[in-house]
Design a protein around this ligand. Structure first.
Ligand SMILES: Cc1ncc(COP(=O)(O)O)c(C=O)c1O
Length: 101
């Protein structure tokens, strides 16, 4: 019986093109981009290059692109930033929202 995966909104298979693009950073260029040594500086260049590419695709400024570790951190960043930086005074949610929200 063939199985069909319906939860691609949560996790999904990597597109082979994405895997190819990521391979150098999963194998050789794995330095911490926040560090000052050469391994890290190389990775930092790649992250900043990716930030510029994403910004271009979204017609945004690179400074408007934030990389997070996942859904919970993204939710928190969006909610807390909307209150702190945009002055939102009401947040509407519902019991069916993901529990991280
Ligand atoms: C809306 C939403 N928020 C948060 C999460 C949790 O993500 P993470 O495990 O990356 O923090 C998920 C995961 O599916 C999600 O769909």
């Amino acid at each position: 019986m063939n199985r069909i995966y319906f939860d691609n909104a949560a996790t999904t298979a990597l597109d082979p093109e994405v895997l190819d693009a990521m391979m150098p950073y999963l194998t050789d260029q794995f330095g911490n981009p926040s560090s000052i040594y050469s391994y890290g500086r190389e990775t930092k260049l790649a992250v900043e290059s990716a930030r510029i590419s994403v910004a271009r695709i979204l017609n945004a400024k690179p400074s408007e692109i934030f990389f997070t570790s996942g859904g919970t951190e993204s939710n928190n960043t969006a909610i807390f930033s909307s209150v702190r930086d945009l002055g939102c005074t009401y947040i509407i949610t519902s019991p069916i929202e993901h529990h991280a929200v």
